[in-house]
Design a protein around this ligand. Structure first.
Ligand SMILES: NC(=O)c1ccc[n+]([C@@H]2O[C@H](COP(=O)([O-])OP(=O)(O)OC[C@H]3O[C@@H](n4cnc5c(N)ncnc54)[C@H](O)[C@@H]3O)[C@@H](O)[C@H]2O)c1
Length: 579
């Protein structure tokens, strides 16, 4: 299943997704005059953007702070990019202590560019407020403690902060732009934001500063892209003999309740461009992470560390994609794939098998393999086609939700209804259980496909307040990047609102899709669902949520049931019919 954009957007190709100037240009003139001067937080608080005269003042503030911190013997670390990863990484570094004295040994400056989209993060950060929403209760006190009590953390908008750094940690985004849905090869790495960051680094840092790239990058980036950019910038500054101290160590951070621990208390891989950089990055990470319990792996070259990230995520994406064909096999041949997987998992060697829901989602798995395939051609210059499995896995995962929509159609059909005349309740918007992260979730594709078919959609998710992929689909995740471009009839979806009241979402629904394994949905009973709907309902289980008892009860209540990989429901239906 391959889908090209319904509305081609060739003029947008190759543009940085978070380009701040394009953000400003994309809004109407009156609004632009007002908004270009301020940046609004998700909670609705507006902050004026810094004016040219604010820059020297801000730099003076930082110089003063840095002087005080150096007197305390602390190393100065600039974290570039206060997004999901950078904000928490900045907190982890600022919270670390010298193992012998027990005192803080690092002062962290979080640096975020002052765009309309992102500037608000800086003033909030400086109040001690975390600029990212996280289910992990450790995030909020971590940022507050480091800013307000330990005073080891501040945030800034000025790139001049880089000139004060002993270490720069790069946590800016590097996206992969797909030209069509279901063919990842038709796409490219959006490396412009990273290249911009590297150029500024080359212009500002001291030559002995360690640069640690944490961004997930196309393999080869540190040596093929970062090194030449920084080396040339050094030469331009007359630093002809200086060798950039570049290193790479990717993040394995996992959204959810263990967010902070997934940075600090987790195994890391790193590498440096030369012996000095390798040793410096090993020392730096050993000082901030729990390496006694989670030992560090030091690889020879940055390309090995970069490849490590891409391979581990492609491996995971492949295992999930592999089950898609067996899921279809199961549906068509009376097999319950959930029971099959559980039986296989009894074998310790196969215990990490997981059932794919209506898609894979998250920020990393849908794009990382694409970065690898792109690098092989573009950075390394190979013309042959060695990649078969990695792109196929991404394509399968990206389009799995289209089949979930087919199941909704078929379940409704068995109740003599059609999607176009039905209200469909989607339970779960995020990409995995018990988190509020909606990036590239299977539920998004499901909503888009069912809307294309004319269905009326209502969505519930206990962890998500705003589904920005819909509410701001013209500009989120960036102008021209919304998945809406692959479907028709999407215009009104910017009115879609997540509801927290299950009764409202289910009331009058013709179909309900159990799309995510949120704790709340595991305990719902068929009787409750039918009572809230007010009538028998078509039920589609995308994640092996229903056990046989519940499936049977739905049939007894006059409902229809279908599920991804759940071929045995027909047997249960026949049994109920016979009674
Ligand atoms: N989010 C995850 O779950 C996760 C997990 C593992 C790895 N990663 C990787 O970590 C990296 C960062 O991801 P993220 O989720 O934090 O992205 P993000 O988009 O949330 O954050 C990136 C931030 O960098 C800022 N930025 C961009 N250019 C800048 C510049 N020149 N100067 C200062 N700031 C700049 C952006 O404004 C944004 O705030 C990516 O490579 C991603 O693949 C993410």
């Amino acid at each position: 299943m391959v889908r090209n954009p319904i509305y081609p957007t060739p003029f947008l190709r190759g543009r940085s997704p978070m380009n701040s100037s394009s953000d400003i240009l994309s809004i109407g003139p009156t609004e632009a005059t007002l908004n270009a001067l301020s940046s609004t937080s998700p909670a609705g608080e507006s902050f004026p953007l810094p004016s040219p005269e604010d820059y020297p003042r801000e730099f003076e503030r930082l110089q003063q702070l840095v002087q005080e911190q150096r007197e305390l013997g602390r190393e100065i670390v600039v974290v570039m990019g206060l997004g999901f990863v950078g904000a928490v990484m900045a907190g982890v570094v600022a919270d670390s202590v010298d193992r012998t004295t027990g005192k803080p040994s690092k002062f962290v400056i979080g640096m975020q560019r002052p765009s309309v989209r992102s500037y608000w993060k800086i003033p909030l950060f400086n109040r001690g407020v975390a600029p990212v929403e996280a289910e992990d209760p450790e995030v909020v006190p971590l940022i507050s403690r480091c800013v307000n009590e330990k005073k080891t953390l501040t945030a800034t908008f000025t790139e001049d902060a880089l000139s004060l750094a002993d270490v720069v940690v790069v946590d800016v985004q590097c996206d992969y732009f797909k030209e069509c849905l279901g063919n990842v090869r038709e796409g490219h790495a959006e490396i412009a934001a990273l290249e911009d960051s590297l150029r500024v680094i080359g212009e500002k840092i001291q030559p002995e500063c360690l640069v640690l790239i944490e961004t997930t990058v196309p393999p080869g980036t540190t040596e093929y892209i970062a090194y030449p950019i920084i080396k040339k910038a050094f030469e331009k500054r007359g630093l002809t003999d200086a060798e950039p101290l570049l290193s790479h160590s990717f993040e394995r951070v996992m959204p959810g309740r263990e967010y902070v621990a997934s940075i600090r208390d987790f195994w890391r891989v790193c590498s440096g461009i030369n012996e000095t950089a390798r040793e410096r990055v090993r020392k730096f990470l050993s000082e901030i992470l729990n390496v006694e319990k989670y030992p560090l792996t030091v690889l020879d070259r940055p390309i090995e560390s970069e490849t490590c990230k891409i391979v581990e995520n492609s491996y995971r994406a492949t295992l999930l994609a592999f089950l898609d064909e067996w899921s279809l096999f199961a549906e068509r041949n009376g097999v319950d794939l959930i029971k099959v997987i559980n039986a296989i998992k009894m074998r310790p060697t196969h215990s990490n098998m997981i059932f794919p829901g209506p898609g894979i989602g998250g920020y990393c798995l849908p794009k990382d393999g694409g970065l690898g395939v792109w690098a092989y051609r573009t950075l390394m210059g190979f013309e042959d086609d060695i990649f078969k499995i990695t792109p196929a896995a991404i394509d399968i995962n990206d389009t799995r939700a289209l089949h979930a929509a087919e199941l909704v159609r078929d379940a409704l059909r068995n109740m003599s209804k059609i999607v176009a005349a039905s209200k469909i309740a989607i339970l779960g918007a995020s990409y995995r259980e018990d988190v509020g992260d909606t990036r590239y979730s299977g539920s998004e594709i499901l909503v888009r496909k069912l809307t294309e078919m004319g269905g009326e959609i209502a969505v519930h998710d206990p962890y998500v307040q705003h589904w920005w992929e819909f509410e701001k689909q013209e500009t989120y995740p960036a102008v021209g990047h919304s998945w809406s471009r692959f479907f028709r009839n999407q215009e009104k979806l910017n009115e879609l609102r997540i509801q927290q009241d299950l009764e409202t979402v289910l009331k009058g629904a013709d179909a309900v899709v159990l799309a995510v394994r949120h704790q709340l949905y595991l305990t719902l009973t068929p009787d409750e669902i039918v009572r809230m709907a007010g009538r028998p309902i078509a039920v589609v289980d995308c994640f092996g949520i229903l056990d046989d008892e519940k499936i049977q009860r739905f049939f007894e209540l006059g409902c229809e049931v279908k599920g991804l990989g759940r071929g045995h429901v027909k047997r249960i239906k026949d049994r109920v019919k016979r009674v």
